[in-house]
Write a protein that binds this ligand. Structure first.
Ligand SMILES: Cc1cc2nc3c(=O)[nH]c(=O)nc-3n(C[C@H](O)[C@H](O)[C@H](O)COP(=O)(O)O)c2cc1C
Length: 402
């Protein structure tokens, strides 16, 4: 299981829909969140793109030197920049970060925003642009390894003698992630990307989507991996977690919800329509499947659901999605710094993944927790103790075998 965190480049807060508890998203703050994610052993962080976000490339670049092994899943909107420029930026970022780039290809689902950026096509045309963009982007980067040129003549994009001289570290190019729920999106994913992402819908809906994408990819002779994007509200008890969910929207007024829902209704994104349909703008029916709460989506565009519960409950829900074929979880919580710690402490030991002490550079053996009365080492929680014992046993075995 790969677990990613999220860099809140479009704001962070303790409560939704109000500036009370709102946080200044400075470089210093984003650095704290990135370093926390790196220190805690998250596999990577997602950086969104759009006019409400700080620029994803610039932000990610500013954090390369601050982190050691964290990967950067940088969102890129095809159509906003030339495919060759974008390919060169990806190669440079991958080289300068030591192979830590992942690219999230996002076509975008708000026509007003697209038009403000000079992209006037219909939903279908925007996906045609994404398709041509990716064909050029992939070929240009693939050919960096052989020094060949790319020629492409499309309906929207064409290049002649296109070339990037510096190859990315990852071959043939950094993995491509992609989100989109429309038929056009699924066609594109099946043909060109490596990991298909969905926002956190109930398990049955996700199972249906995965089956559809898999079948379409099979037709193209390809296999994709799957990822999912959730918020998380984890506490030591289920009651405390549900209280925290209520608190998150406790300062949110009906007028703000109505405004947000009207904005979402103007979008032509199938994914956004599916998110909004989960709650219909109503506060009274937010648990849309067990432990899946749609409260965030009352006002936040895109990822609008949270897994809510104590550590074992949330870990069990994640395993349900893993059983459907999801191997990557991209998570966030408000505020992003504190919640990155809370999730790692309460849930990481329960997940089938490499724990941070198993990762290179993280093998500090403890003790962990403040020493009691300057003398006694605090006892380990049960999950960690069991794991430490298992590690010790396998080490002893290795020593005796050698
Ligand atoms: C996990 C995930 C992350 C996304 N991140 C962004 C983003 O950063 N910026 C953006 O404009 N759209 C983002 N999108 C939206 C998609 O790019 C796409 O525009 C949207 O799903 C609408 O396409 P559809 O009509 O095919 O569903 C994201 C989607 C998913 C599933």
């Amino acid at each position: 299981m790969n677990v990613f965190w999220f860099l809140p480049t479009h704001g962070d807060s303790r409560y939704l829909g109000t500036s009370e508890g709102g946080r200044r998203v400075s470089h210093d703050y984003l650095k704290q969140v990135a370093v926390a994610a790196d220190t805690l052993g998250y596999d990577g962080v997602l950086l969104p793109t759009g006019r409400s976000c700080e620029d994803a490339w610039v932000t990610a670049s500013s954090l390369i030197a601050e982190t050691k092994q964290l990967k950067f899943l940088v969102a890129v909107r095809p159509g906003l920049s030339a495919p060759t420029l974008s390919a060169r930026m990806a190669a440079t970022f991958d080289r300068l970060s030591g192979g830590r780039l992942l690219v999230n290809v996002v076509t975008g689902g708000d026509p007003a925003e697209q038009e403000s950026d000079g992209i006037f096509g219909t939903h279908k045309e925007r996906y045609e642009i994404s398709d041509e963009f990716l064909k050029i982007w992939r070929e240009v980067l693939t050919k960096t390894h052989t020094g060949e040129e790319t020629n492409f003549e499309g309906k929207h994009l064409s290049v002649k003698g296109a070339k990037a001289i510096y190859p990315p570290i990852q071959t043939p190019y950094p993995p491509l992630y992609f989100g989109g729920s429309s038929d056009e999106a699924i066609d594109l994913a099946a043909e060109q990307v490596d990991v298909y992402l969905t926002w956190g819908e109930p398990p049955a809906a996700v199972a249906e989507k995965i089956a559809k994408v898999r079948a379409r990819a099979e037709k193209a002779g390809r296999k994709l991996r799957f990822g999912i994007r959730f918020h998380v509200i984890v506490r030591e008890t289920n009651e405390a977690a549900w209280r925290a969910a209520d608190e998150l929207i406790s300062k949110l007024d009906d007028e703000t919800i109505e405004k947000a829902q009207k904005s979402f209704a103007k979008m032509d994104s199938e994914g956004q329509r599916r998110m909004a349909a989960l709650h219909g703008g109503r506060r009274d029916k937010l648990e849309v499947s067990p432990n899946l709460w749609a409260g965030v989506g009352l006002v936040r565009g895109g990822a609008g659901t949270a897994l809510v519960g104590d550590g074992p409950t949330v870990a069990a829900r994640m395993k349900e999605y893993a059983d459907l074929g999801v191997d990557t979880f991209i998570l966030s919580g408000y505020p992003h710094l504190e919640e990155s710690y809370r999730f790692a402490e309460l849930v990481f030991p329960l997940l089938p993944r490499k724990q941070k002490e198993d990762l290179p550079g993280f093998n500090i053996t403890g003790p962990f927790g403040e020493i009691v009365a300057n003398t006694h080492v605090p006892s380990a929680p049960k999950a960690t103790a069991a794991k430490t014992a298992a590690n010790k046993e396998s080490q002893e075995l290795r020593v005796s075998e050698s």
